[in-house]
Design a protein around this ligand. Structure first.
Ligand SMILES: Cc1cc2nc3c(=O)[nH]c(=O)nc-3n(C[C@H](O)[C@H](O)[C@H](O)COP(=O)(O)OP(=O)(O)OC[C@H]3O[C@@H](n4cnc5c(N)ncnc54)[C@H](O)[C@@H]3O)c2cc1C
Length: 398
């Protein structure tokens, strides 16, 4: 690794943020013969890749399409995603002999560890002659009259004709996330869509969650809806609320003060099933345990004061039970915040950027890529695909 420790060095391209997008853009530009400096305030590169996908990095999704992204400008991601696709990234992995598998719904994970992705990106950067400046903070950025970017850093002054901001969002401040990219955007007159935590567990008031606290660890399939968006995956009960893939997905659409609707038995005609068992001596909780986790069925019956055998319930009551299980309304009090959020919604307003190159329309030479931009993927490998695609768009022109 070429570490730079001098007082003024000129580059063609400086990239701030040695995460997924920053490293990808660095070797893409380096391969074109550009002299590239990659700078990060952390000593370690690609920390978020390391912790991603439970340590195995869900690095893309085979079914990636613009529909899997949330943005105030839903078409913005289209061009970059079309020009660097999941198959392109798969080819890169194959060149590096990295084994992977599809877990579910097109989600591709490393067979071994996420570290192999970091190693691959590092190796590509080395091969492309990228210089590194790690453990370094940027104190000031100025644009000179002749259009170059001069950066005062804690390790001296560096300058370049192109500056790529790849500092990510605010999620997981414990490993170095900052709002630096938003500050740079504002400094150069770009708008920032207010960031908020996405793909994050939801919490409830202590009173509302009291009946469910003991269910912590229970998981079940459900369909969770918020206005006209729904996800049919697992939900997971926690001490403070609910998590699991369906909840993480819907959290990116949920707005404080609104309710969520949870269909706990999305694949069943519940009314019909209860009718078939209405002469049984079994307690309702035991009947429901045929389809729902036993602990949940018991807690739900206790909370609704339904401790009797099913045969003591009339048709109207059975109808109501079926309806409540299909339409459980919950009112989250909030989220677990940036400490637990997998992504940050909002970010640099795409109206100020070119969708082909990621360059700021009014600031030639300034680029924003990856999560710092107001493009947020669903759970399932889409966020890394956005990092690769947006980095490719910038790296091929910067
Ligand atoms: C727990 C977890 C699991 C995840 N799992 C997946 C998954 O399996 N699949 C998926 O698609 N997505 C996943 N994500 C989301 C994914 O990790 C991010 O969307 C992706 O890393 C964004 O890439 P990026 O390069 O834009 O930002 P980052 O990877 O966050 O990189 C930003 C870099 O900028 C540096 N930086 C920040 N501030 C400064 C500063 N002021 N000065 C200098 N450097 C700075 C940081 O140190 C970091 O190296 C996960 C996220 C989390 C938190």
């Amino acid at each position: 690794m070429t570490e730079v420790k001098m007082n003024l060095i000129s580059y063609d391209v400086i990239i701030i943020g040695a995460g997924a997008a920053g490293m990808f853009a660095a070797f893409t530009a380096g391969q074109r013969g550009r002299r590239v400096l990659l700078l990060d305030h952390n000593q370690k590169i690609g920390e978020k890749i390391r912790i991603s996908g439970g340590g195995r990095c869900n690095f893309t999704n085979l079914y990636t399409s613009p529909a899997h992204f949330i943005s105030h400008n839903p078409h913005f991601c289209r061009s970059a995603l079309a020009r660097y696709t999941p198959n392109d990234f798969i080819k890169l992995l194959q060149q590096h002999h990295i084994a992977f598998h599809e877990k579910t719904l097109g989600q591709l994970f490393c067979d071994d560890s996420a570290q192999s992705i970091i190693d691959m990106l590092f190796e590509e950067c080395q091969r492309a002659g990228v210089s590194w400046l790690l453990g370094t903070d940027v104190e000031k950025i100025e644009k000179t009259a002749d259009g170059r970017f001069v950066l005062n850093t804690t390790q001296g002054v560096v300058e370049a004709g192109s500056l790529i901001i790849a500092t990510g969002g605010l999620s997981i401040p414990q490993i170095g996330a900052t709002g630096f990219g938003y500050e740079v955007a504002r400094q150069f007159g770009l708008r920032v869509i207010t960031p908020s935590p996405g793909l994050v567990p939801l919490t409830f008031s202590a009173t509302e969650w009291q009946p469910y606290i003991e269910l912590s660890g229970v998981s079940m399939a459900a369909k969770v809806s918020c206005e006209d968006t729904d996800f049919h995956e697992n939900i997971l009960f926690t001490h403070r609320g609910i998590s699991g893939p369906a909840i993480l997905q819907i959290s990116s659409y949920w707005k404080p003060g609104t309710a969520l609707n949870i269909d706990l038995l999305p694949d069943l005609d519940m009314e019909e099933n209860l009718q078939q068992r209405k002469r049984s001596d079994q307690l309702l909780a035991n009947v429901l345990a045929e389809w729902l986790p036993k602990r949940f069925a018991q807690a739900w019956c206790d909370q609704h004061d339904l401790q009797q055998p099913i045969k003591q319930l009339n048709d109207r009551q059975l109808q109501q039970i079926a309806s409540e299980l299909r339409n459980w309304q919950v009112n989250p009090a909030g989220t677990m915040g940036y400490k637990k959020a997998e992504v940050t919604l909002g970010g640099v307003d795409t109206r100020g950027l070119s969708s082909k190159t990621m360059m700021a329309n009014d600031v030639p030479g300034l680029f924003f890529i990856g999560e710092v931009v107001d493009v947020t993927g669903w759970l399932g490998g889409y966020n890394f695909q956005w990092a690769w695609s947006s980095a490719y768009a910038a790296g091929t022109v910067a």
